[in-house]
Design a protein around this ligand. Sequence first.
Ligand code: C2E
Ligand code: MG
Ligand code: MG
Ligand code: MG
Length: 292
Amino acid sequence: WAKAEGKARWVAYDPDRNAREVARFTLSARMPAAVESEEFYVDYQPIVRLSDGVLTGVEALVRWAHPEFGRLGPDRFIGLAEETGLIVPLGRWVLRQAVDQSRRWHDRYGDRAPMISVNLAARQTEEPDLVADVSTIIGAAGLPPSSIQLELTESAIMGTTGGPLRTLRELADLGIRIAIDDFGTGYSNLAYLRHLPVHAIKLAGSFMEGVGSLHPDAHSDETIVSTLVALSHALGHEVIAEGVEDSSQADRLREIGCDSAQGWLFAKAGPPEDVERLLDEQLFTAAVRQRR
Ligand code: C2E
Ligand code: MG
Ligand code: MG
Ligand code: MG
């Protein structure tokens, strides 16, 4: 078919690009069946309170166990799912997994069950049924709404008006926590921030490079982070730092007054059993502390 479009087409032919497009097509064609047949699964990454190191939350991160291509990360298919609209059923599926997991953790750990944070695509806030869906799923599990947090990226949330903004307000009114993901990477209208029904701000991992570092260029990252922490606190929002990879970053974030952190320093995203091992160890630590 390329030939039919004439010579120019042959000149423009780019095998890499072609391969990428075939891969995109193959993935998006399979996705509906994959949602049905549960080829997707959810990993959980711990969120740790910096004042005492307690695991207080986890982020649910979807993965695809593709029969041919193996395990695929969300960067390979979330964009596609947003383009095709499949993010709506996929996102609902992820939420249901997270809620089921939260139910099991509440049964096992009671009040110590970690809050579960679920990513929400902008496309999902345009769904008229979203609030009813979320409320039904959480209600059916008999969970307090505050056990679930919904994360929207800064670019998805900023400039949200009309229906989607009303949707966020309704979700917040139900008692569900709303967080802004990757904060600081998008177009930030700080004045707009105070009109949003937001509980937490997640500081983008890209700022962490200079935090706790002795390199002279690092100072600006720390200035940005401490300013964003102060601003968020002034607006009554909790702050979670993302992409924390070493202990000097965690130490500095604690000094700055950042509430919580998430990153490879603490744990990578993994199956629920990994989180349970950490929670069980903490129970043990608490028991030891009490005995002293
Ligand atoms: P995100 O929501 O910002 O999630 C954090 C990403 O950073 C995850 O990548 C996580 O594995 C990675 N990460 C965690 N700690 C560190 C660290 O210390 N250093 C570095 N360099 N990276 C770290 P992942 O799992 O590949 O997810 C990528 C993105 O895909 C997520 O970014 C989120 O935007 C999206 N995503 C994942 N699951 C879902 C979902 O169920 N629905 C939607 N709409 N988006 C999702
Ligand atoms: Mg996220
Ligand atoms: Mg993020
Ligand atoms: Mg990301």
